[in-house]
Write a protein that binds this ligand. Sequence first.
Ligand SMILES: Nc1ncnc2c1ncn2[C@@H]1O[C@H](COP(=O)(O)OP(=O)(O)OP(=O)(O)O)[C@@H](O)[C@H]1O
Ligand SMILES: [Mg+2]
Length: 361
Amino acid sequence: MHDGSGRIAVQNLTKQFGAVTAVQNLSFTVEPGSVTGFLGPNGAGKTTTLRMLLGLVRPTAGTATINGRQHHELGNPARIVGSVLDNGSFHPKRSARDHLRVYAAAIGVPDQRADEVLGLVGLSPAADRKAGGFSLGMRQRLALATALLGDPQVLVLDEPANGLDPEGIAWLRTFLRSFAAQGRTVLVSSHLLSEVEQTIDQVVIVSAGMTRYFGPLENLRQSQRSRVLVQPADASALATALREAGITEVEPTPDGRVAVSGATVQQIGDVAAKASIAVYGMEEQKADLEQLFFQLTSGQYSGAPLPGQYAAQGNWAQPGAAQPMQSGPQYQQAPPQPYQQNYQQPGQQPQPNQGWGGQQQ
Ligand SMILES: Nc1ncnc2c1ncn2[C@@H]1O[C@H](COP(=O)(O)OP(=O)(O)OP(=O)(O)O)[C@@H](O)[C@H]1O
Ligand SMILES: [Mg+2]
């Protein structure tokens, strides 16, 4: 049984490789009983952070702890944390079972655990096959089986979905969720939000080595509200009718339309019909999570502040000692689009009188 103490805490972590700042004053926590996605684009510092957490790279500054201890203080770490940072380090001539037995002996768990973990990752039928002949997805599973040998409290996986087919991804999702449901901790990195969106309940978003957001995925999702752009015969009459119907998030747009949040196309149509206001068109605009993820991370080489990057509330990262990492003209951040300028941050209430079309007051 696991007592739910497998908390990961990263505090002001920094790693400098010569002139390159791979990780910059990074802070976040991962609570037991949850699957946390560690998300960021290529080069954001994910692997470096995980390597520091696992005692493979020494931080330049700050700490990364599991159960309040740094990796080298964990005693027999394989009993506490299992990890997969790459999926290729197998002796090619060794069978999957023998590979696992070698590792089992090294961490002091009985031989039979090899067959148990093969069963857990669905590799029992391939137990006697040589790892050198495994597909990429099979190697991922064998690496995961290796990480599970010590029945750890915490699982740290770097891009585990790489190489998995859709069935493998679905399987991994179920596996990680049930692992977390036992009160254990899962930290899983990815450069694609869509790949892990259905698996994770917490999210840490990093870019240029800095935390952009951490907290429940649901908060991030709720921040991305859709709106309906309505073209009525009489905009102010429609706005009045909507407000009277309790739909209060109604804003004019510069092109003469009315932007409505918090109501469906059908609800708006019903209100307009009841008030005898002709409607010539309605367009639903969905701002998805992927778009927000892109906004939060796309400026990683420019160092320029992103729209809504640092909010005063929730778990949004504080600017702190944030410094631009590198600049290169080829990576300049695109100017934000009007719609992006106005997206709501998690936990933030919509601002009254704030137009959607870039007409901020
Ligand atoms: N050993 C090293 N020596 C020098 N620079 C390094 C080293 N390891 C990482 N870096 C640099 O640190 C930065 C972050 O790299 P890291 O591998 O942590 O990113 P990542 O988020 O895991 O990216 P990816 O999605 O591509 O795996 C990059 O600029 C990388 O080149
Ligand atoms: Mg990486």
